[in-house]
Design a protein around this ligand. Structure first.
Ligand SMILES: [Zn+2]
Length: 476
């Protein structure tokens, strides 16, 4: 009975064979299913468009994809033992397969398994033996994994088997169609995935059934690790992307009715836009975006969380996007998009991804509300603009003190409770928190949202500056 081994390449291969057999789980596979997959590989890895790609980037020097082999029989002699290894009985003294524990039939090196050392190289192996002992089924799974990988190279693993199966099925469907098209038209370009690697990863994830649920319980959450594997002879490489449980939790939260519409709009505005230069435009073909900047930035969370909030939630134009021809973030504008600024979405993000405690987020919301009400009541345009644009902590403090004094002069209760102020901006008296800019952005998000609801912002959009004149920095 076949089951997942927890090795990403072998498991992606098993999920691919399962999807090819149109079954749900590896344990349902029988020998006829393995035969069908092996036959497909024997037929298609050995001719264009796959032969060059597989030989160059996945199994360099593997016998059966070697373009130097001229006859069908030569090829069959080489791939027979590898592709159809599961038919053979293991020798009596067989070692154990390193992946599944069954008796092994072959000792495998990098020509049939990416990122290992070559044949005969004994470094990094036990007992001075080169390669790894592998059983016939795992060996077939390893030959099959490119078919269930994005762009034949992006392998996606998860602690949730349903997610592993989802990615392999999606990628297999796309690849089989693309291979057919490429064979029919003789054009390798069909093999290119629709989206850039990172966008493909997040977009495919969001299509999974497990991601469509609302209110996902903690125990149902999972994580994802993706590997962009190239085994190219000259420059093998491995790039790893990780989507932790917290990010998955945030993304499923965004299915809740109260966030869904705003979140969809935020995502839709992050697709690359058509470059203005005519030179890059192909005749007659409509522009199809390949990259979603928000999806790509999700893969760097939480390290880029401050910028993520400022760009996507506060809608500040991204300084670094100004030199790009197709980055939409150069045109983000709090002024034009204040209706998209949402404290609810931001708060979910703070709790799920930044683990900010509830008390602090509530203090920020309260401060945002108080300041917004003050701006509306006093029509203090100058305060709003200064709070929006302030770059130094001591200036921020002065702006707030001035507003507080103005409030006292009008005979109103003090604007800012001392405790609230301290917990939002300072570590101790007079000592700014290192993340005071983030705190300011967060208070601002609530202020913008509330002033928009109060219809004050609609009448005063001119006070919001168009763009930052310089990149935001983390220094004071
Ligand atoms: Zn095995």
């Amino acid at each position: 009975m076949l089951k997942y081994t927890n090795h990403p390449l072998v498991d992606t291969g098993l999920a691919t064979i399962t999807a090819y057999a149109e079954k749900d789980e590896p344990y349902e596979l029988d020998e006829a299913d393995l035969e069908a997959m092996a036959d497909y590989i024997a037929k298609n890895y050995t001719k264009p468009p796959l032969i060059g790609f597989i030989h160059g980037a996945v199994f360099p020097n593997s016998g059966y994809t070697n373009p130097g082999l001229k006859t069908e029989q030569d090829r069959r002699d080489r791939f027979g033992p590898i592709l159809y290894g599961y038919r053979r009985s293991p020798p009596p003294e067989a070692k154990t397969c390193v992946f599944c524990g069954k008796p092994a039939i072959e000792q495998v090196a990098r020509d049939y398994f990416p990122l290992l050392t070559g044949r005969g190289v004994i470094n990094f192996y036990p007992e001075g033996d080169w390669g790894m002992p592998v059983c016939g089924t795992c060996l077939l799974a390893i030959q099959a994994y490119p078919l269930g990988s994005g762009g034949l190279l992006l392998v996606v693993d998860s602690d949730n088997p349903e997610i592993k199966a989802h990615f392999a099925r999606r990628f297999l469907d796309y690849n089989l169609r693309a291979i057919n098209l490429a064979q029919a038209g003789g054009d390798k370009a069909a093999l290119r995935p629709e989206f850039s690697q990172r966008t493909l990863l997040v977009k495919t994830l969001l299509d999974a059934r497990a991601m469509q649920k609302e209110n996902v319980a903690l125990k149902e959450l999972f994580s994802i690790t993706a590997y962009q594997v190239s085994n190219s002879g000259q420059s093998p490489s491995l790039e790893i992307y990780h989507l932790p449980m917290q990010v998955i939790g945030f993304l499923t939260d965004m299915n809740l009715a109260k966030y869904h519409t705003d979140w969809r709009t935020i995502v839709n505005r992050a697709w690359e836009v058509e470059p203005k230069t005519k030179r890059t435009k192909k005749k007659g073909e409509p522009f199809k975006p390949r990259r979603n900047y928000l999806y790509e930035d999700i893969l760097n969370l939480p390290n880029n969380a401050d910028r993520f909030i400022r760009t996507y939630f506060l809608r500040m134009a991204l300084y670094y996007a100004r030199n790009s021809k197709n980055d939409p973030r150069d045109n983000y504008s709090t002024k034009e998009e204040s209706g998209l600024v949402s404290w609810g979405i931001t708060e979910k993000f703070l709790r799920r991804i930044m683990h900010m405690d509830k008390e602090r987020t509530e203090q920020m919301k309260k401060l945002g509300d108080t300041l917004a009400d003050y701006v509306k009541a006093q029509n203090d345009r100058r305060f709003f603009r200064e709070f929006f644009t302030v770059k130094r902590y001591d200036s921020l403090r002065t702006i707030l003190i001035k507003a507080d004094l103005a409030q006292a002069k009008n005979g109103q209760a003090p604007l800012i409770a001392f405790d609230t102020y301290i917990s939002v901006f300072e570590d101790g008296e007079d000592l700014a928190r290192t993340d005071w800019r983030l705190a300011r952005d967060l208070v601002l998000i609530r202020m913008v949202e509330r002033l928009y609801e109060l219809k004050w912002l609609g009448e005063n959009t001119d006070i919001i500056p168009d763009k930052d004149e310089e990149p935001e920095t983390n220094e004071d």
